[in-house]
Design a protein around this ligand. Structure first.
Ligand SMILES: Cc1ncc(COP(=O)(O)O)c(C=O)c1O
Length: 401
């Protein structure tokens, strides 16, 4: 859908004039999409290997999701959390059953909010649990946890902290997993980490180190808090990356892929009675529309998973990446990531930049991550023809260098 009354230049002018300048936008106007394909009003086609930074998990224009949203919108979009919200209860049940962790869920509207809730759970746990107040949360270098003031402080990239001090107290930084043992002190209540750093270069943590850390934290009664905002909801091939790592976190935060594009965040915890009414809340969080969308997304993805389609898609996508690595070894060092959260490490940041730009010109959307990684987060429902056409375009983009 697009408004014929406006030319792209007019819209770019409005955007420039009226919208705060927080994004370096490209001059492109998409009007509709079909699974991993996107179209401009003049029918120029793109293949989407980014899915709105890992959000459009069931693709664009998904009929089942559109029908579920439309039906729910006609019935009820929103009531306050003071009343029972049927799809919210059903979505919480579905999430807990799919992951198999003995947890309860709080719903919010974004990844940062899901992490805010995680932080509040850890703080209340630390306050309640011991004679001394434990309030410190350890996070890792190169991590990304959001842009609210406390999730920004939790984010381990100092360049993002410029201009916004003072920050809330109680966040400690570890260089890497090994360094966590040095940083833990008597006031630590939790460790918050991404198993695969999404913005920090798509580099997965070492499985053995994570399992050892999980054991250590349990012994010390410190919470293991896993940020699965990007890695969750089947992105790695399992409902949560935590399953791939064989761990049982105390808290999992997730968002992006859960609503298929409708904003939703979720925080799951095994501290099932940590909150009492009024400890936490959200006006919009968990409303009829977003949780209905989440429920529909999970039903679609559960089928993809159970039928073996997801694993076949992951295999095919990764084989194409391997082939790119071997054919363009002068551009790339290696492939990184797990499942459909993957990347190619470019030899330098210039190559990364040029590949992303050339791919765009060829009609392919790919993302950046870290200093030199070309990131791929395609829809989990991407089809074989879309994969091969996308990689054909990526090859052309590489050949131009
Ligand atoms: C791992 C991780 N945590 C948190 C966030 C913040 O999510 P949101 O932008 O929905 O607040 C992101 C977003 O990219 C993320 O990748």
């Amino acid at each position: 859908m697009f408004d014929k009354n406006y030319k792209i230049d007019d819209l770019m002018d409005f955007d420039e004039k009226y919208v705060l300048h927080t994004y370096a936008r490209k001059k492109i106007r998409f009007s509709y999409g079909q699974n991993a394909r996107l179209y401009t009003p003049c029918s120029r086609e793109f293949i989407d290997f980014g899915s709105g930074i890992g959000v459009c998990s069931v693709g664009h224009g998904n009929q089942e999701l559109a029908d579920a949203i439309a039906k729910q919108a006609k019935d009820l979009i929103h009531l306050s959390n003071l009343y029972l919200i049927e799809p919210q209860a059903l979505l919480a049940k579905k999430l807990v059953e799919l992951c198999g962790y003995d947890m309860r869920v709080f719903f919010s509207n974004s990844g940062a909010e899901a992490n805010e809730c995680a932080i509040k759970i850890a703080r209340k746990f630390g306050e309640k649990d011991e004679k001394i107040d434990r309030y410190k949360i350890i996070t890792l270098e190169s991590s990304f946890h959001g842009r609210t003031i406390s999730t920004l402080k939790a984010t381990g990239q100092d360049k993002m902290h410029l201009h916004f001090a003072p920050f809330p107290d109680g966040f400690l930084r570890a260089k890497d997993i090994d360094d966590i043992y040095n940083v833990v002190d008597s006031k630590t209540c939790g460790v918050l980490l991404e198993l695969i750093q999404g913005e920090g270069g798509i580099s997965p943590m070492d499985k053995e180190k994570i399992q050892k850390l999980a054991k250590f934290l349990k012994e010390k009664n410190i919470l293991l808090m896993v940020d699965e905002v990007q890695s969750g909801i089947y992105r790695t091939g399992e409902i949560f990356a935590s399953k791939v790592y064989g761990i049982t976190p105390d808290i999992i935060s997730t968002a992006k892929g859960l609503g298929g594009g409708i904003p939703i965040g979720a925080t799951l915890t095994n501290l099932k009675n940590i909150f009492v009414p009024s400890d936490h809340g959200s006006t919009f969080g968990g409303n009829f529309l977003s949780t209905r969308a989440g429920l529909c997304v999970l039903e679609i993805l559960e089928k993809e998973y159970n039928s073996g389609k997801l694993v076949a898609t992951i295999d095919s996508f990764n084989q194409h990446l391997e082939k790119i690595i071997s054919d363009f070894s002068f551009l790339f060092e290696k492939k990184v990531g797990i499942g459909l959260m993957c990347g190619l490490v470019a030899k330098d940041d210039n190559i990364q930049k040029n590949i992303i730009e050339n791919a765009f010109e060829e009609g392919l959307l790919v993302l950046k991550s870290g200093k030199n990684v070309v990131r791929f987060l395609p829809p989990l429902t991407i089809k074989e023809d879309e994969i091969s056409e996308g990689f054909e375009r990526l090859r052309k983009a590489c050949c131009k260098l």
